[in-house]
Design a protein around this ligand. Sequence first.
Ligand code: DP6
Length: 356
Amino acid sequence: MPEDCVDKPHIVTCTAPVNIAVIKYWGKRHEELILPINSSLSVTLHQDQLKTTTTVATSRSFQEDRIWLNGKEEDINHPRLQSCLREIRRLSRKRRNDGDPILNATGLSHKVHICSVNNFPTAAGLASSAAGFACLVYTLAQVFGIEGELSGIARQGSGSACRSIYGGFVQWLMGQKEDGKDSLAQQVEPESHWPELRILVLVASAERKPVGSTSGMQTSVQTSCLLKHRAESVVPGRMAEMIQAVRRKDFAAFAELTMKDSNQFHATCLDTYPPIFYLNSVSQQVINVVHRYNRHYGETRLAYTFDAGPNAVIFTLQQHVPELVEVVQHFFPPETNGGQFIKGLPVNPVAISEEL
Ligand code: DP6
């Protein structure tokens, strides 16, 4: 049983970290099953940093399934929540029918009460749904006695969530099958592979993003020919190059691919009609500062990436962190632009599987 997963008779609490995509997922070929139009690759953060904590309680006396997110009750009938609950209960039923004795597993008829909290701004482009659904599925799996592959279930909650099931460097293979059975996450390298790699998050805005990822990528699929070109002709080669860069611990190659992929993702947002703007003026300044910094040293020491929001994630190596912190504080003092470091970072990516 993982260390910080406290399994009391009918209550299980787990945590799951955010992952940051360096080759972005943007666009689905199947909305309900959440099947992507391209593979993607991410780095999972350390458990202690940006994380979701989920508690699932079960009791014979509960009348219905219920869920609270950050203290507020939400609609349990949300189709994606229902997909995850249905899949977990189906697998649990199958194990029982196969005659597998599931120790400590909850009764299938028991209803669940789910409480989930994030220690970072929700829906501000900080991959909250990734940590949220990964944590939900992992915790439910503990409750219902499911073992093995969980990324395919987490994917049905939110695409990027499938990658948070694993630690370290993780690829989500888009798969080919119509039923999505081969659209799964896979660890490329464990978190111990590249201990010098550091990630800093610069919060440019903690506000809710104006266009959510789900609807944003839907419009992009419908209207952007750049997205089609990216998915078919750019990402396959980039995935292979990124895996090589990670395996060789080649920061310059990793950084260039990361920045180019972030830029292309935001270019597809601009190519979407009507266009979607996730970056703000602070994000653009971060991009300029990173390129100026790298040019100054004549080598690539920093890389930025941005998801569906203006907050910057900066990758660097351990030895450059003190200077990077000074640079950021100089160019982006919190009192002038509202930007701030998330406390506790830099972080070292660590596996969900080891930490739970
Ligand atoms: C820009 O996983 O939030 O962060 O599958 O519709 O829930 P849904 O979308 P979501 O999209 C994440 C998009 C991204 C890039 C990435 O994480 O790969």
